[in-house]
Write a protein that binds this ligand. Structure first.
Ligand SMILES: Nc1ncnc2c1ncn2[C@@H]1O[C@H](COP(=O)(O)OP(=O)(O)OP(=O)(O)O)[C@@H](O)[C@H]1O
Ligand SMILES: [Mg+2]
Length: 250
């Protein structure tokens, strides 16, 4: 555990958010809890939190290196990230490169159809209303963000898609789709928050199209955590693995 004094602010389905004695910084603890199907399916899987924290850290660092502003400050322990404290925007910003999942259930896309340009979709992050899909007019009418902010969120998301798709492809993984959450910092800048992990992305082997993400859990198959571990092994450098003693995590 980290040495920074902290106070639990809120507990989500997979992470805890703590206040620190610095108003500008929070600590996000990645828990082993996993949920799917609108909370209908739940489990606790040992080491999932650590793997998600390591994967999120790596991907936030990759984005920062390309000039994208993220909440990430430092990984304090294998499952605790020091982040900026953000005023979160209640949008799930979804970006899709390949049609699968709910998209092929709801619309007549053939499974695995390549989507070029990618599809960007906004869902309302609101459990009571079951995260309904929004459009620009509804977002403006609900006063969620301004049109300018929405346009900026679209542009940042497309850049994130390009950066992460290239990085992951170089590691043997296809970025099929992903969900992002943004927030405002104290100066009103739009900052990428939350997490980027196999809980929130679909990652397929570039050759076999085998999946390494939460779909394994959604389908009720075994080996979810082994798949997350495989992502850690693929994307972290040897130095990063040594630093976090990845070989001792089992
Ligand atoms: N940098 C940040 N500052 C403030 N809140 C954040 C930050 N990053 C993520 N959050 C919020 O932390 C919460 C906890 O994450 P988790 O994924 O466990 O929750 P969730 O189940 O998705 O959401 P919720 O419980 O709010 O419905 C989420 O509401 C997320 O929006
Ligand atoms: Mg979440």
């Amino acid at each position: 555990m980290s040495q920074i004094a902290k106070e639990l602010l809120y507990t989500g389905k997979a992470k805890d958010v703590y206040k620190t004695d610095n108003d500008d910084e929070y600590i996000i603890k990645f828990r082993d809890d996993i949920t799917a199907l609108d909370g209908g399916k739940k489990d606790t899987l040992s080491k999932k939190g650590v793997y998600n924290a390591l994967i999120s850290t790596k991907l936030f660092e990759v984005l920062e290196a390309e000039g994208i502003k993220t909440q990430y400050i430092e990984l304090l322990s294998p499952d605790e990230m020091l982040t900026m404290s953000l005023d979160m925007i209640p949008l799930e910003v979804i970006c899709r490169n390949i049609a699968t999942g709910s998209l092929v259930k709801k619309y007549p896309f053939p499974e695995k159809k390549e989507l070029n340009p990618p599809i960007i979709q906004f869902d309302y992050k609101n459990d009571e209303y079951h995260d309904p899909m929004l459009n620009d007019s509804i977002i403006l009418a609900l006063d969620i963000v301004s049109q300018d902010a929405l346009d900026e969120i679209r542009q940042i998301t497309l850049k994130i898609n390009r950066v992460l798709s290239d990085f992951l492809k170089s590691k043997g993984l296809l970025l099929v789709d992903f969900k992002l959450e943004y927030g405002f910092d104290k100066d009103g800048n739009i900052i990428l928050g939350d997490e980027i992990s196999p809980d929130t992305t679909r990652l397929w082997d570039v050759d076999t199209l085998e999946n390494f993400d939460k779909d394994i859990f959604r389908k009720g198959e075994d080996g979810v955590v082994d798949a997350y571990r495989k992502v850690v092994d693929l994307i972290l450098t040897d130095d990063e693995k040594d630093k976090w003693n990845v070989k001792d995590i089992e």
